[in-house]
Design a binder for this molecule. Structure first.
Ligand code: ZN
Length: 183
């Protein structure tokens, strides 16, 4: 009998761990198959099964069920919300897999977007030098505190660099100015 309910995230991860290293390079570290996005809170749980099943990754059909795609484990990828939204609608398995393999890495996308956002926010080379001299652990703590002080409308944990690069650049400019005045 054909499967009618979707497999668990962990079942999908296990399948791809055996078939494509590019998608799952470490069964203990959940991440988007296409862009490598991950969240540090996903690692809170002890077992790989709990980690994957708890991770905010969406089960994306390779071939949509509306055009006859199955609910078998090999017809799914685990994608972050953005990749799932931007994935092609296709009836070609190979096309979908090629798309996922060649998707730009989350981290490189952030660097690219930030490199445009920083000058827009007035962050100069000198600011970046100042920032490099700061203690980065301290920076993480202060940055969150700073976000709260600004009464930012989101909790710092919900602040994601993807899509928030301009805001991050403005906050960074503000932060560097404040820290420079402090010293
Ligand atoms: Zn992704």
């Amino acid at each position: 009998m054909a499967r009618t309910s979707r497999p668990s995230r962990y079942a999908i991860a296990q399948y791809w761990a055996q078939h494509e290293h590019r998608f799952v390079c470490d069964l203990g570290e959940p991440e988007c198959f296409a862009c490598g996005y991950w969240n540090e809170h996903w690692d809170d749980k002890k077992s790989p099964r709990e980690r994957w099943n708890r991770a905010r990754l969406e089960r994306a059909h390779i071939i949509a069920d509306s055009i006859g795609g199955s609910c078998e484990v090999e017809n799914f990828l685990l994608l972050c919300r953005q990749c799932h939204r931007e994935a092609p609608m296709t009836n070609s398995r190979e096309l979908m897999l090629a798309w996922a393999r060649n998707r730009e890495a989350h981290i490189s996308k952030i660097f690219r977007e930030l490199s445009f956002a920083l000058p827009r926010a007035g962050v100069t080379e000198k600011d970046i030098e100042r920032f490099d001299a700061l203690d980065h652990k301290l920076f993480r703590r202060r940055f969150k505190k700073h976000l709260r002080q600004l009464q930012f409308d989101r909790h710092p944990h919900q602040f994601g660099l993807m899509g928030d690069c301009d805001t991050a650049a403005c906050v960074l400019k503000d932060f560097i100015t404040q820290e420079t005045n402090r010293n």
